[in-house]
Design a protein around this ligand. Structure first.
Ligand code: ADP
Ligand code: ASP
Ligand code: MG
Length: 411
């Protein structure tokens, strides 16, 4: 007998029929004697619908009220799933984040979990009940409802598994595991049997939304065995492992390719090349609560510099507004923006011990006539910013160049 935390994503609970199919599956685990805690997302499309409604009321919706609104999506699914389980003779009890007492900080719409009270859930499990918890939500110390950021139900699942000391956290979704890249973009993408936490962390932070980055962080920190599986197809899925030795023997240098269309680029030209200029430009961006990602600075022969950096697309206009003010005070020549960019990243722990990975990446893109606008690297990843029109071509050609495509026999 094991204690399993299972998280079902939006598409997996996207209709009455699917919730019933999830109930069949959960009841099956229970019948085999496992203790099960289920975390569910809102029905697919529901969170987006609620966010749309909020924007019809207020241009910049009030964050506290936004959380009150969007957390309702998950409340619907916990109740429906419990009803479906009871209809199958399987005892179950639903919990909102506040009812469990998933205590978070007060950063509405991107709250972090501080503590989880597992006493009530443990008591229900002891009574043989399936515990069904609303993903994505918590409560702050004043009792205000908070949410954990888009995709946050993954984090609820992993955090509950850590708090309860579960044997495994299973993330059930609409693909049968973590792939070398998004299988909806590259047909030849291959499911990985295993991926290291480090690689998964990079993949998630660089745009692979199959797991929310905080869920991976949490699993790594608390050593939670984590597996991504298809909700309705049997299969081994992908194990996220702490042990690099355990990954495939003939593991390629690059484990996967992530990409992201959510960024925009800002450039300030003709900044005087003096100490403190970069800080003068970027400090007000940080003060405006805008996160900066890739930064590139060139010094021209005339002693002036061009500084380019990327931010989330939603923050581009705000960042440009801030930048115009500082650029003027620094007597910079011009501020320009571009939101037609994409970031493509190759990720792999094997890069640590292999030379020539960057040049292979740059050659591959050059052969396709794709211009690289910016580059950033870390020990286990290389990211480039390119024109968004070439995103799919770039991902496909890198996928083949790094020998990640499926073997013909696997088709
Ligand atoms: P859920 O609603 O179950 O949380 P998500 O839509 O958040 O599901 O995440 C699953 C999706 O992640 C897949 O449908 C797939 O398109 C996308 N995805 C992106 N990168 C990858 C990858 N490397 N491996 C698997 N899926 C990926
Ligand atoms: N329903 C939330 C979202 O769409 C949380 C989740 O599904 O993980 O982002
Ligand atoms: Mg998700």
């Amino acid at each position: 007998m094991s204690l399993i935390v299972q998280k079902y994503g939006g598409t997996s609970v996207g209709s009455v029929e699917r919730i019933q199919a999830v109930a069949d599956k959960v009841a099956g685990f229970r019948q085999r004697g496992d203790d099960v805690v289920v975390v569910v997302s809102a029905m697919s499309g529901e969170t987006n619908r609620l966010i749309g409604l909020a924007h019809e009321m207020q241009e910049q919706p009030d964050p506290r009220e936004m959380d009150v609104l969007v957390s309702t999506g998950e409340q619907v699914t916990i109740a429906l799933l419990c009803m479906a389980l009871k209809a199958r003779g399987c005892e179950a009890k639903s919990y909102t984040g506040g009812q469990v007492k998933i205590l978070t900080d007060s950063s509405h719409t991107k709250a972090r979990i501080i503590d989880i009270d597992q006493a009530n859930m443990a008591a229900d499990l002891k009574l043989g009940r399936v515990v069904v918890v609303a993903g994505f939500q918590g409560v702050d110390e004043r009792g205000a409802i908070t949410t954990l950021g888009r995709g946050g139900s993954d984090t609820t699942g992993v955090a509950l598994a850590a708090a309860l000391g579960a044997d495994e956290c299973q993330i059930y979704t609409d693909v049968d595991g973590v792939y070398t890249t998004d299988p909806r973009v590259v047909d030849g993408a291959r499911r990985l049997d295993r991926i290291t936490f480090e690689e998964m962390l990079e993949m998630a932070s660089l745009g692979s939304k199959v797991l929310q980055i905080r869920a991976v962080e949490f699993a790594g920190k608390y050593n939670v065995p984590l597996r991504v599986l298809h909700s309705f197809q049997d299969g081994p899925g992908t194990l996220i492992t702490l042990d690099e030795e355990e990954t495939e023997m003939e593991q390629p240098v690059v484990a996967g390719i992530a990409f992201n269309r959510d960024e925009a680029k800002l450039t300030v030209r003709g900044v005087p090349d003096i100490p403190g200029a970069a800080s003068k430009l970027l400090a007000p961006i940080g003060a405006a609560n805008i996160e900066v990602d890739v930064i590139v600075q060139n010094v021209a022969a005339d002693g002036s510099t061009d500084m380019t950096f990327t931010v989330h697309r939603n923050d581009m206009e705000k960042a440009a507004g801030v930048l115009h003010g500082v650029a003027e005070s620094l007597q910079a020549k011009e501020v320009s923006t571009d939101d037609k960019i994409a970031k493509v990243s190759i990720v792999g722990v094997g890069m640590r011990s292999h030379a020539g990975v960057a040049s292979k990446m740059f050659n591959t893109l050059a052969e396709e006539g794709i211009n690289i606008q910016m580059i950033t690297t870390s020990e286990i990843k290389i990211s480039v910013i390119i024109d968004e029109r070439y995103l799919e071509l770039a991902v496909r050609s890198l996928h083949s160049a790094f020998e990640l495509d499926k073997e013909p026999s696997e088709e």
